[in-house]
Design a protein. Sequence first.
Length: 84
Amino acid sequence: MKEPEIYCPKCKWRPRAEDRWSCVPSCGTEWNTFWTGGVCPGCKHRWLKTQCLACGEISLHKAWYHYPDGSEPRTVQKSDELVA
Ligand SMILES: [Zn+2]
Ligand SMILES: [Zn+2]
């Protein structure tokens, strides 16, 4: 199993280890969302979408993972992913 490359599906910006996302308006925890697969370590909320810190676009968290062999998991549309 190869490691996926992680970058913004819109602008190809790559998050670095020191980048932080905020759990708002929930608990306000700041953490690197790619270390936890989008799960807030403070309140355990699973963020299905992740905002790019470079271009500001919000994409599905799964869409940030790009597998070199092209075996990207299919995106499953759920009702709570259709917000915004
Ligand atoms: Zn939280
Ligand atoms: Zn971007």
